[in-house]
Design a binder for this molecule. Sequence first.
Ligand SMILES: *Cc1c(COP(=O)(O)O)cnc(C)c1O
Length: 610
Amino acid sequence: MDTEDVYAMAYDVPVPGYRNDTVNSLRLWSARSTREFDLATFNAGDYVHAVEDKTRSENISKVLYPPDDQLAGKELRLKQQYFFVSATLQDVLRRFKKKDNRLWEEFPDKVAIQLNDTHPAVAIPGLMRLLVDREKLDWERAWEITQAVFGFTNHTVLPEALETWPLATFGKLLPRHLQIIEEIDRRFRARVRSRFPGDEEKIERTAILGGENGGIVRMSHLAIVGSHAVNGVSKIHTEILKTDTFRDFHELFPGRFQNKTNGVTPRRWLLQCNPGLAALITEAIGEKWTTNLDELARLRTVLEDASFRERWTVVKRANKARLSDTCGRLHGFVFDPDAMLDVQVKRIHEYKRQVLNALHVLALRQRIRDGVDAGPPRTVLFGGKAAPGYAMAKLVIRFLNALAEAVNGDPAMAGKLSVFFFPNYGVSGAEKIFPAGDLSEQISTAGYEASGTGNMKAALNGGVTIGTLDGANIEILEAVGTENIFIFGKTVDEIAALRKAGDDPKRHVAASAELGRAIAEIPDLPGAEGGAFRPIVDELLGRDRFFHCADFASFVAAQESAAKFFGTDLWTRMSILNVAAMGPFSSDRAVREYAEQIWRVAPVPVRFEG
Ligand SMILES: *Cc1c(COP(=O)(O)O)cnc(C)c1O
């Protein structure tokens, strides 16, 4: 009753396989109005209102609301989630029903739906509605099919990013879906109660509908309860899900939680983006690595070949020179390809700690001014976007640009230190930057980076990581060995202990003159008039929620260690050994694990002759 009708127009994007004579298609949806414009209104001369309906409908798929990791809880966002999910479910059921007289019990053998975070979790009540209301299945049968179809991948443990919807918003837009969620919640509560009689706290903690003042729908709980498999995206992230974030659910459903460490495609992130290094690798070990990344381990057999190592450094240098040309042409920033290229490119977020990296730059500047050893010449490259509503992240972008202006404008830094903020960082920028990077900054506060994939792209291109024991950094450490990575900082448990103790960042500032001085210089940066960067300083010296101060000294020590190796033959060996150890971080491995362990599908053999 009282519906807003929108067409979903399908756009099929071809996804060609790599040398396997196969093209899959990715179906995307665009919202189209069911009425182009209101003729009566148009004839009355009100041209703007005549197209209003069209605009409103088409806004549903226009942009992602709200972009990235901050939740706004806006109705349009829920409409968008429902739109994409509804179109996809209708399409999936249409295909399944094309064959007559099929049993619904076959459905999970033919269909697997992977929930990429909770954003499409409305598909769980969505499929239940289609099976119960439209297809007239009884609840138990429909629920068994639904659970068998869905898998859920969690991507974050940041509390502000765990999705919830106010009951009122949800019920206003999707009243029947809410009724179905209420029934899922009622049955789930009964199950928890029978398993833990009298533990009302646990029942409330795990419930799908919960929270104070009026109630909320917890989309992560809905996704866990409605799926047969729940996975994290790195070993440590999955452990945190099991022992902390979703501990109660792991206790209720042992065996439902599994790990699927992320991967990156070696075709885009080495073969295509870094033709020089790819050709050198193929010359040394053949081309099998492009479809079996474990083959890269054979690079160890040429490690002792001095001419191979020499050619490796020539390729890395040429990639830096090419990036410098591009940055010079587009943005007026050129850098020395013989300097260390120290790269941090990723979304701007406090937990990723771009500010920690900036504090190190300020410390280096001071060392240069003081005539103290600051290591080899270095270019520090930042890049990344901030979510539009994330004020602190926007401010960090201004701060990094101010830092670049201050450093690059200081004649005392010439030939020693330069800083660049790469504008409009996206995949096209990443494809130019990773092949050139020497040092890869993966410095998130331990416990916050679910996996990271930039860490893998950098290492696959011969970048050496400076990083915390967080996300997939830990698995990169296991793969490359402690001598080929610069690890620093507090562990997940140490961070938890500091948080519990109410650690005061000023304690670390008092212990490090270098840290105190770096923070004190922030208000003197260009553009800092009127206290523009005060929120950054206040956060560092106040709550310091992401423990910049606690990790600063350890970070600087790791940077000194990296600086000692850079430019030596040992660095080249580290770079080669990083690439040699990247086999496990192929997306081919990740997809194969999802196929075997969650979707239960076998590869389709393809015929291909050269
Ligand atoms: C790989 C990639 C990311 C993810 O980077 P992280 O360092 O893992 O956060 C973000 N943006 C772009 C454009 C990327 O290519």
